[in-house]
Design a protein around this ligand. Structure first.
Ligand code: ARG
Ligand code: ZN
Length: 867
């Protein structure tokens, strides 16, 4: 059954308050919900409540038990056909959290209780009008055994904690802010907290706490630090202050997604909280900083102003991702953050937008909303907000966000409402801009140029499906072949923001450059528009930009294009097997590589990004058909080795110079140094030299932090050696009781291309630290195999496809969301060669045709098959 945006109707009934009492028990939890319900408008339609996997115990209607013939019950709906104008309803249900393996609603993780209600989990807790435009005031009482569940948490402010007799206690919480049901949360368990306080800009003291299992108590400091920085940043940047007396975070091991912004009680996948230097890498630290910020920022962009319906998901997610990206940019290196965000967008969102699951930032219909928590809604959504910031300028944009928060505080609103605020704040007509929300696919800009005496002409053509052009900001600059910036239009201005808004458009710049000197355009600087640019750059032009462009993003992008030119040419000519003699390393590329290495003193993190080759996945994405997996793998490795051969001594120098000074600290310079060493080391280990293997072994042995020890393992994983096996065994021995850390080890094992990778993965499923029930484990082992080991997953006999389909079918039986996410690995099938395509299609059909296939999985597989 399809839900369509066009069918939206205001709710028939509103619920102003709900008082919930939970009598917690692992297999039989009693939930009593008392609601004030009020008719919305004048009509005589029934009250329809959602409810799934609930056992109905009783219904009271204005204080009287409702007899059976006064309501109708199905496995998804509770209907009361004949109700008064306004009334009080008390519904008692019973649920079984221990049996809840879908991790949606109230469930158990490590023996503790927790919840996940977004988007439609609340209906697994009690009968309710479970849609985000029902905003109610919640009060919650939790009754539980005081030894097993000493900590009892819910949204809002704590009111009391008392004995309830018989070894049980009762905690009361009240949330003064009306909220949609998807923001409801409850936690109960044996947890310890890291506590702190934050003084808001208006001088209010907020109690902060991060709750974790006792053995993780020493791994919360970085998350707490990130939280306090986020709170300050949102005050300073958006003028947004926190609005409750307490802010609680809880980390749980079993969680389908990254984290959840429940009002005053954020619940996190423990991988985005737990870190100390010897257990977490720099990348983990960065992930924690950004997810803690993301969830905190939702307090305004999502909670105080929420979504009318799930078609507005990007209203909160796109905006909040943009906010957390800018926060991370302010905390670390702005340029490197932009590079990493765009790299992610290109690898994941562009691919999604070009495949069978493509959908607009604002989808028009869905079957299972859980399938729309996508890179398009999140990351393209963030780019669309970023473009508005760029078109309006920060100050005007900020006036727009002030207006938005002010006007819609306490309401459930739409993307249209957001655009309206931006439009009012700026006086700009954004109706054409709206297309970014409405149409799927990555726009392409075909750019060409021409010279006239004293003039440089830039022509831009939008290559898009349909006839309506997009509106977008495009930053451009010009450089000479010497790498000097060119002043535009006789002024000192070097960069211009073009507003591209027609199918064909051209700009003419007056420039003072003799006709014999080449002009090289630097286009879409900072990636101001999420588009693909087609301009006929040659090696020479790219080499110049990679060195001389004043925009670090475009320097990096020029390097990427340089890699791509060489790699694609080699892959295409090597599709039918390796050439007899190795192709020579192109001079320009090699020179650019060497030049950038020399900069590692100034900005090691930027250098690390620049010397990272495009991933195998990104290379595969460049082929519309017959993806040559073997050639991609081979040519990419060959190019790495050739560069290492030529620059061996410089690489060693860079490695040694970037030894971080003292003990581990998470700060930009040290992170950059470790990152550049990671890259350099993995170049060096492509060379068959004992000395470089030894360098990695020494790094592993001496490291006092996970980043350096894991980077050493990573570098050694490129070739099968005894020493690699020994270090892997040592890692396992040290961390095997800590599954979150073992995820790194599982992922590395799954991505090894030596030997029989699938057989290795199969055996690791029996590892004591592995569990199919835990989403992190599944992504680490199974996900890394399917997405990170293209060579083995796409083995010509199809063993990877069949095996993955079997695992997905198994997982679909207990966690449909997780199954559906894994199944997106099959989106690629139409771009495979005919033999592989048939095999992958078979696997898709097999999953799709099972009568027991969940709606989640059937929507993904069905779309993939083109149904
Ligand atoms: N709103 C959460 C976030 O952006 C994501 C929750 C999605 N959960 C889900 N089961 N689909 O951080
Ligand atoms: Zn979010």
């Amino acid at each position: 059954r399809e839900i369509r945006l066009a069918d939206y109707q205001a709710p028939d009934y509103l619920i102003d308050t709900i008082d919930l009492t939970f009598n917690l028990d692992p297999i039989a939890t009693r939930v009593s919900a008392t609601m004030h319900v009020r008719r919305n408008g004048s009509h005589s339609r029934p009250l329809i409540l959602n409810g799934e996997s609930l056992k109905l115990i009783s219904i009271d209607y204005d204080g009287e038990k409702l007899s059976e013939h006064k309501f109708a019950l199905t496995d998804r709906l509770l209907t009361l056909p004949d109700v008064r104008e306004d009334f009080v309803l008390t519904i008692v249900t019973e649920i079984n959290p221990a049996a809840n393996t879908a991790l949606e609603g109230l469930y158990q993780s490590a023996g503790n209780f927790c919840t996940q209600c977004e988007p439609e989990g609340f209906r697994r807790i009690t009968y309710f009008v479970d849609r985000p435009d029902i905003l109610a005031r919640y009060s919650v009482a939790i009754i539980a055994d005081e030894l097993d569940y000493p900590v009892l948490l819910a949204n809002g402010n704590p009111v009391s904690l008392e004995s309830a007799g018989e070894g049980r206690q009762i905690a009361r919480w009240v949330d003064p802010h009306p909220k949609p049901s998807y923001l409801f949360a409850l936690v109960a368990g044996k947890l310890t907290a890291l506590k702190d306080t934050f003084i808001t800009q208006s001088g209010r003291k907020i109690d902060l706490a991060i709750y974790v299992e006792p053995h993780n108590a020493d791994r919360c400091a970085h998350a707490m630090d990130s939280l306090k920085k986020s709170m300050r940043w949102d005050e300073e940047t958006y003028g947004r202050e926190y609005d409750l007396d307490v802010f609680n975070i809880v980390a749980v091991d079993d969680f389908n997604m990254g984290a959840m912004e429940n009002k005053g009680l954020n619940i996190f996948n423990s991988r985005y909280i737990l870190a100390k230097p010897d257990t977490a890498t720099d990348a983990d630290y960065a992930g924690i900083e950004s997810v803690v910020a993301h969830e905190y920022f939702h307090n305004w962009s999502g909670n105080r102003v929420t979504c009318r319906d799930w078609f507005q998901l990007s209203l909160k997610e796109g905006f909040t991702v943009f906010r957390d990206q800018e926060f991370s940019a302010d905390m670390g290196s702005r340029a490197v953050n932009r590079i990493q965000d765009v790299n992610m967008l290109r690898q994941i969102q562009f691919a999604e937008d070009a495949g069978p699951q493509a959908h607009p930032v604002q989808p028009k219909s869905y079957r299972e909303i859980n399938n729309f928590y996508t890179s398009t809604v999140y990351n393209k959504g963030a780019e669309v907000v970023r473009m508005q910031r760029n078109l309006l300028g920060w100050e005007t944009f900020r006036r727009g966000t002030d207006l938005y928060f002010d006007r819609f505080d306490g309401q459930a609103v739409t993307i249209e409402d957001f655009l309206q605020c931006m439009s009012e704040a700026s006086g700009k007509d954004l109706s054409q801009f709206r297309r970014w929300y409405d149409v799927a696919g990555t726009p392409k800009l075909r750019v060409s140029d021409a010279r006239l005496p004293g003039q440089y002409i830039l022509k831009i053509q939008q290559e898009i499906s349909g006839s309506e052009p997009y509106m977008m900001p495009l930053d451009v600059a010009l450089f000479t072949a010497e790498g000097d910036p060119i002043a535009l239009d006789g002024t000192g201005v070097l960069v211009q923001t073009l507003t591209v808004c027609e199918m064909h458009q051209s700009w003419s710049f007056s420039v003072d450059v003799p006709p014999n000197i080449r002009i090289i355009p630097s286009l879409n600087r900072g990636f101001t528009a999420p588009v693909e640019i087609h301009y006929p750059y040659d090696q020479e032009a790219l080499a110049i930009l990679s060195h001389a462009d004043s925009d670090p993003f475009n320097r990096w992008d020029a390097m990427q294009k340089l890699w791509l030119l060489t790699l694609l040419e080699r892959i295409k000519s090597g599709q039918n097997g390796p050439s007899e003699s190795e192709p020579p390393l192109p001079e320009g590329l090699s020179h650019a590589f060497g030049q950038i290495l020399l900069e590692s003193d100034q900005d090691p993190m930027f250098v690390a990004e620049c010397i990272s080759l495009p991933s195998e996945k990104y290379l595969a994405d460049q082929f519309d058909e017959n993806i040559p997996f073997e050639a991609i793998h081979r040519e990419r490795n060959l190019l790495r080795r050739q560069l290492a051969e030529v620059w061996e001594s410089t690489l060693l120098l860079v490695y040694e110079k970037n030894q971080p000074a003292d003990h581990y600290r998470y700060e930009p310079r040290a992170v950059g140094q470790r990152q550049v060493r990671r890259l350099v080391l993995s170049y060096l280990t492509t060379l068959d030299r004992p000395a470089w293997l030894q360098l990695a072994v020494t790094q592993f042995d001496r490291a006092d932090n996970m980043t350096e020890s894991f980077n050493a393992l990573f570098a050694l994983s490129v070739r099968p050696t005894d020493v690699f096996e020994r270090l892997m065994a040592r890692f396992e021995e040290r961390w095997r009781h800590d599954p979150l850390i073992m995820d790194k080890w599982f992922a590395l094992q799954a991505q090894r291309t030596d030997g029989d990778a699938l057989e290795r993965v199969r055996q690791l499923m029996g590892h004591p630290a592995f569990s199919l029930k835990n989403p992190n484990r599944v992504h680490a082992l199974i996900g890394s195999y399917a997405r990170g080991n293209l060579m083995d997953f796409h083995a010509p006999d199809g063993h990877g496809y069949q095996w993955l389909a079997d695992r997905i079918i198994e997982i679909d039986g207990f966690n449909p969301q997780l199954a559906a996410r894994l199944a997106t690995a099959f989106n690629i099938w139409k771009r495979l060669d005919p033999a592989r395509a048939i095999l992958m299609k078979e696997a898709l059909v097999r999953m799709n045709e099972r009568p027991a296939c969940s709606p989640d999985l059937s929507e993904i597989t069905g779309k993939s098959l083109g149904y």
